[in-house]
Structure formats: structure tokens, C-alpha cells
Design a protein around this ligand. Structure first.
Ligand SMILES: C[S@@+](CC[C@H](N)C(=O)[O-])C[C@H]1O[C@@H](n2cnc3c(N)ncnc32)[C@H](O)[C@@H]1O
Length: 210
């Protein structure tokens, strides 16, 4: 978890290499932040604000990749917060792990989920789009009443509104139908209130109400 004591530790680590915090900040400002794609920045800032607004403590992320949104989540949680993170590809996650550890995050990869029923404040889903509907069937029991599930990419590169024969990248075409199906299913699910946000590639927030 993000913790101030761990941050102090990481500051000391990079100081040893770089002599000063100012130099580290300089690297971030000159070569990291300016290259962060706008959609990723938007998503990072949005997640941060949202998690703080709902006082999230116990969260889950499905689809970690190298841990970008995972780190954004970890930085917004309180010191005793938790993230249950899952990805089918461990290699990508291990590329990002040193950076996440440096920021003082703790990730636990746990597969059995029965004991977590109704226990999550927030779940972020950014994995295989063809399974979003299946995730929803399970996640609705895992998130607490009043908690949120966020589905990323629900505008799917804008493809959800264009005619099916519009030229588009194959990976967009492959999942377009699944995303449209998800959006329709969420719209009529009486267990949730939904809000579709034009953030990044579209994030649908579902608040469990029953
Ligand atoms: C778009 S990336 C996630 C990006 C990450 N949320 C971020 O913002 O940094 C999608 C990830 O979903 C993972 N994934 C695909 N199918 C999955 C599955 N069935 N279960 C868990 N993860 C899966 C992929 O391995 C990939 O790392």
C-alpha cells in the first residue's frame, strides 16, 4: 500500500543514485510526464479522485498489465488499503513490479474469491473485453452494496456508435460486439446505478444498490 514511510524509503533510494530529489523530479518532469498519453493521464487522475471520494480501502483490479492503473490505485488508497490484483500474464506484471514496490505498494494475487463476498469498495476491470459480461456476473456479488465497479474502455475507441462495416483495427472489431452487449446489459441491470464517463476510452461506473 502507499505509505508515507515507504515513500521516505524510496526517496532515499533514488537520492543515493541521483544525489537529490530535485534531479529525480527533473527527470519526471522533462521525460516522463510530458510523454504520458493524455488518455492515461486522464484515467490516472480520475481514479485517484474517485477512490478518495468514496474512501476506498478494499479494491480489486482485473487486468494489470505492467501495473499502471494498479499503481494509480495504490497511491490513492490509505496506508491500510488493499488491492487484489489479477492478470493471466505474469511477465508483464513483473516488468512493472520494481516500480510499484518502489512506490510502497503491496499486491496480493489471490485466486479464491468466495470469502470476499460483499467486501470490495471498488473493482476496476480492464482485461479481456469478451469476458466483461462474465466478470460482471461474479463481481456484482463481490462488491459491497454501495460499492463501485468500473469497466474501462466502454466506448471502445469510439467504435460502439459506428456502423459495423466501418473500417477499424481488427482488435477493435473483434471485441466491439462484446462491449456493445455489455453496455446494453449494464443499462438494464436493476442491481446497479450506472454512469458512463467520457474519460480515457470510456469508463462505466456501476454502483451496486441491491
Ligand atoms: C489493457 S491491459 C491492462 C492495463 C492496466 N489496467 C493499466 O491501466 O495499466 C489488459 C490486461 O488484461 C490481461 N488479461 C487478459 N485476459 C485476462 C483474463 N482472462 N484474466 C485476467 N487478466 C487478463 C492482459 O494480460 C493484460 O495485461
Amino acid at each position: 500500500m502507499a505509505g508515507s514511510s515507504k515513500f521516505q524509503h524510496s526517496e532515499m533510494d533514488h537520492k543515493a543514485l541521483l544525489q537529490s530529489d530535485a534531479l529525480y523530479q527533473y527527470i519526471l518532469e522533462t521525460s516522463v510526464y510530458p510523454r504520458e498519453p493524455e488518455a492515461m493521464k486522464e484515467l490516472r487522475e480520475f481514479l485517484n479522485m474517485l477512490l478518495k471520494l468514496i474512501n476506498a480501502k478494499n479494491t480489486m483490479e482485473i487486468g494489470v498489465y505492467t501495473g499502471y492503473s494498479l499503481l494509480a490505485t495504490a497511491l490513492a488508497l490509505p496506508h491500510d488499503g488493499k488491492i487484489l490484483a489479477m492478470d493471466i500474464n505474469r511477465e508483464n506484471y513483473e516488468i512493472g513490479l520494481p516500480l510499484i514496490e518502489k512506490a510502497g505498494s503491496l499486491i496480493r494475487l489471490i485466486l479464491e474469491r468466495e470469502k470476499y463476498h460483499g467486501s470490495f469498495d471498488f473493482v476496476f476491470v480492464d482485461a479481456d473485453k469478451n469476458n466483461y459480461i462474465n466478470y460482471h456476473k461474479r463481481l456484482i456479488d463481490l462488491v459491497k452494496v454501495g460499492g463501485l465497479i468500473g469497466y474501462d474502455n466502454t466506448l471502445w475507441n469510439g467504435s460502439v456508435t459506428v456502423p459495423a462495416d466501418t473500417p477499424m483495427a481488427q482488435y477493435i472489431r473483434n471485441s466491439r460486439g462484446f462491449v456493445i452487449e455489455l453496455n446494453s446489459a449494464l443499462a438494464v441491470d436493476p442491481r446497479i446505478e450506472i454512469c458512463m464517463l467520457p474519460v480515457g476510452d470510456g469508463v462505466t461506473l456501476c454502483r451496486r444498490i441491491s
